[in-house]
Write a protein that binds this ligand. Sequence first.
Ligand SMILES: Cc1ncc(COP(=O)(O)O)c(C=O)c1O
Length: 377
Amino acid sequence: MLDLKRQYQPLYRELMEALGQVLATQQFILGEPVAAFEKSAAERLGVTHAIGCSSGTDALWLALAAAEIGPGQAVVTTPFSFFASVSAILRAGATPLLADIEPVTFNLNPVAVEAVLNSPQGATVRAILPVHLYGQCADWTAFDHLAKERNLKLIEDAAQAWGADCQGVKAGALGHAAAFSFYPTKNLSAAGDAGMVTTNSDEIAERARMLRQHGMRRRYHHDETGWNARMDGFQGAILAVKLRYVDTWNLLRRTVAKRYHALFHAAGLVETGPYPIHGIVLPQEVRGTHHVWHQYVIRTNSRDGLRQFLTERKIGSEIYYPVPLHLQTALKGLGYKEGSFPEAERAAREVLALPIFPELREDEQQTVVSAIAEFLS
Ligand SMILES: Cc1ncc(COP(=O)(O)O)c(C=O)c1O
């Protein structure tokens, strides 16, 4: 599914040197290595502030809390994402309200969000939290319009979308604040857990910095109940090295995605969708967005059988996500039930992520496509 060693080997010397510098300075938490990464990351994304932290999950919580989203307020997000998109809202003390997804991009559907805003619960909504799922930006034009019209905050879950853009504006620079994850499988990845908040707001940035250090503005003077959500120096140093390469890696991912498209078409397996019948529906890049292909996710209505067939042939695949968030045991209290979000539930039954990473070879892709063709025949 993913061979991180292929990325590591050519970077070995640079990474060891960067780690050595952290050891030489003994700045293990925040400090110069993290500050240098934050500065370069902000420049790359075209934002005024980047705040390194301990994980994408913490970045989501920090972004919400720094934007003063809390108890008595609701945030609308998607049921088809990683758990943290919703759990971070709960941790901020706010109420998650869910809205269904679009079947083509699997991203939060602005029309469904508008229906939530117009419902009786809509009056408590203070923010929308779209997720740029699989590396493609959510429909920002629509969300921007909704947010301006209703005076709402937009918080991006950009965990999977380093380098993606919408109409030329980078993920991370679209909303009032954004959260990135540098979990080892992400397009830009640390050697452990790490994350980052980005924003163009001086107030949100100042609050995020305060909240990631136990609510301290002055040492041992706690203005709010923040948390320990700091980035390690080693992670900052590693990320600063990888930041130099991530644009090239993202372009290589685009090449891999294009190759899958061509191979599937050549094999005669492709259906136009959005829902599969006998073959497979390919992922699409929506006009006006720049997809960074964190995942290459096909749809098929024989997903579980196909996955088993691939596993028997030692071909990696993954399901992001098999259980939509409204049906998770931990989130029963939100009050949704089966049937609440038909698009998310259908996607959870049909999606299958295939191996994709910058170093994936054409012959390996051919093996994946041939196996899928064999299964479907
Ligand atoms: C969409 C999404 N949101 C949030 C997160 C949480 O990030 P982390 O694992 O770094 O806490 C992830 C990563 O797993 C993710 O994919």
